[in-house]
Design a protein around this ligand. Structure first.
Ligand SMILES: [Zn+2]
Length: 186
């Protein structure tokens, strides 16, 4: 009987250590996400984004030709975004579903990059694919063109907000529904 008690005690101790370890990992991830630059996806005058979201983010991921309409047509918007002094990233061209899963040429990418340049006065240096779907071939093309690519791990280690519907927007990552409100907390 005494032996059995010791055995249970040892198992409980191990379980406790595992639980503490998991808790520490989650806490470290929370800290990392808290201090990493905040990112806002799908920025475009066509999407409609709250100023609160735009201003609390450090990196704005801009769609150059959403709904076939160039951001460069809205000079007031371009100047406003530029005045905020944030890091600006090219987010696809038209942002159609999994746009960069199929092979895209340099000319195609330039359709978006040139509108970005017309709007902000500089050629984009960083790229993020819509829905994070990027084929190896497109990744090579973008690198050849000199782009730095934001990859999937970014959504784990930093807070990534989305413009649509002022926080009601939901994305599902690995079975978990993510909203802007939830991202505020974690
Ligand atoms: Zn997007």
């Amino acid at each position: 009987m005494i032996k059995e008690g010791k055995w249970i005690h040892r198992v409980l101790k191990k379980l406790l250590i595992i639980l503490i370890f998991i808790f520490v990992l989650i806490f470290v991830l929370w800290l990392v996400r808290f201090f990493m630059p905040r990112q806002l996806d799908d920025v475009s005058p066509e999407v409609g984004c709250s100023e609160e979201l735009i201003e609390k983010s450090d990196i704005l991921i801009v769609i150059p030709l959403f709904n076939n309409k160039s951001i460069a047509e809205n000079k007031t918007w371009c100047d406003y975004i530029l005045s905020l002094n944030k890091t600006l990233v090219l987010h696809g061209v038209y942002h159609t579903y999994k746009e960069f899963d199929e092979a895209r040429s340099e000319d195609y990418i330039n359709l978006g990059a040139k509108e970005f340049e017309k709007c902000f006065g500089f050629y984009p240096e960083i790229f993020e694919a819509p829905q994070m779907a990027l084929s190896d071939e497109n990744s090579e093309t973008l690198k050849r063109m000199g782009f730095r690519i934001i990859g999937k791990s970014n959504e784990v280690f930093s807070k990534v907000y989305h413009c649509q519907e002022y926080g009601k927007f939901r994305v599902r990552i690995g079975g978990i529904t993510i909203t802007n409100k939830l991202i505020d907390f974690f």
